[in-house]
Ligand binder design. Sequence first.
Ligand code: ZN
Length: 155
Amino acid sequence: MYRKSEIRFAAEMTLGKLSKWLRILGFDTVYAENVTGEELIDTVKDRILLTRTKRIRNMKTTKERIFITSNQPLEQLREVVSALGIAKEDIRPFSRCIQCNASIRLVEKNAVRGKVPDYIWETRDTFHTCSHCRRIYWSGSHILRSRDIIKRLFS
Ligand SMILES: [Zn+2]
């Protein structure tokens, strides 16, 4: 049995927003716009498959999967969290790139000068960067909003 914080997911192409939310919570989640659940069954090992495809739900396979019923991303997230009994202690929010799924790391403020808007550089002290796509992250209103949503998710 794996630790809950180490659960990894593979989401089929209809679950892009859910994937982003799982990455926000810190879960390793692969997703591609053109990859179906059927393709994922054979290609991803050691990942829980997230699917909305009834055919896959009914398939006779030992592949671990969660059948998502809601159309609404935050409700879908709730379905995953409750199916696996994920608790607040299991998550590592904002530790992973929302765009590409790689981990992000703290970077020196000086290293991002000129790469973020001047106003942001002058008013923020903490920056993170993605080890893969180099996207730069800083705290802002979207983080606060997400924190709020996460709080409600586990309350
Ligand atoms: Zn990235």
